[in-house]
Design a protein around this ligand. Structure first.
Ligand SMILES: O=C(CO)COP(=O)(O)O
Length: 251
């Protein structure tokens, strides 16, 4: 049985008040099939961990995730955060390779692979983001681009069986243009097949879809056989929307 997950990526948004209302709102309705992870800006991680412990029950806990981490474990790297520092304040997950990091901060496949390896060595669960641009899709390069991004990480010293992969078509992020369930399923199935051929882990790892997931399209996306949950941007800043998205993952 694969893990199902819904992950909130707050990006550079939110504050302590939103953290409180989100955690209260989510924990007031438990029974989600999916594990729920919130990735707020890093300054709020310790506060989130405190609140997560305070609202946890035997059957429900909100999991803490970071949006990025350093490829280094320590040293003279001003402004960076090491994986074990994130662990120490309660993080279990880290998002790496997001298209905003690739495109706005020039993160290369090689750097992302290094980050994945370091994060895994420090026992963080890595959510590796991959996805094509609109131009690449229009040129029929989607599957090549996505599998090359994954291959670059698998070539490093990483444990493929511990990866979570999020397919986020760049043209669908923050644009309101969601991939159709068929488009998303096609890429997810190809990723699973690639992982099977490459390292035999395709059937076991969680594959998430991200890109303009909302309360009204989540269920149909999550109903696809190879989609195990979602990575949610804008809609994860709204308690009711995000709660509905978490509830849209069925067993
Ligand atoms: O980038 C995303 C999540 O990582 C998706 O963002 P949106 O849900 O706002 O399109």
């Amino acid at each position: 049985m694969r893990q199902s997950l819904v992950i909130a990526n707050w990006k550079l948004n939110g504050d302590l008040a939103l953290l409180d209302s989100m955690m209260n709102g989510l924990s007031s309705q438990t029974g989600y099939v999916a594990d729920v992870v919130i990735c707020p800006p890093a300054v709020y991680l310790a506060a989130m961990q405190q609140r997560s412990l305070a609202t946890a029950t035997d059957s429900f806990k909100l999991h803490v995730g970071a949006q990025n981490c350093s490829e280094h474990t320590q040293g003279a790297f001003t402004g960076e955060l090491a994986p074990q520092m994130l662990r120490e304040v309660g993080c279990e997950y880290v998002i790496l390779g997001h298209s905003e990091r690739r495109n706005l901060y020039a993160e290369t496949d090689a750097l992302i692979a290094q980050k994945v390896a370091t994060a895994q060595q420090q026992q963080l669960k890595v959510v590796l983001c991959v996805g094509e641009s609109l131009e690449q899709r229009e040129q029929g390069q989607t599957l090549d681009v996505v599998t090359a991004q994954i291959a670059a990480v698998l070539a490093a010293d990483v444990d493929a069986s511990q990866l979570i992969i999020a397919y986020e078509p760049v043209w669908a992020i923050g644009t309101g243009k969601t991939a159709t369930p068929e488009q998303a399923q096609e890429v997810h199935a190809a990723i699973r097949q690639f992982l099977n051929q490459h390292s035999g882990v395709g059937e076991h790892i969680a594959l998430l879809y991200g890109g303009s997931v909302k309360a009204d399209n989540a269920a149909v996306l999550f109903a696809q056989p190879d989609i195990d949950g979602g990575l949610i941007g804008g809609a994860s800043l709204d308690v009711e929307q995000f709660r509905a998205i978490c509830s849209a993952v069925k067993g």
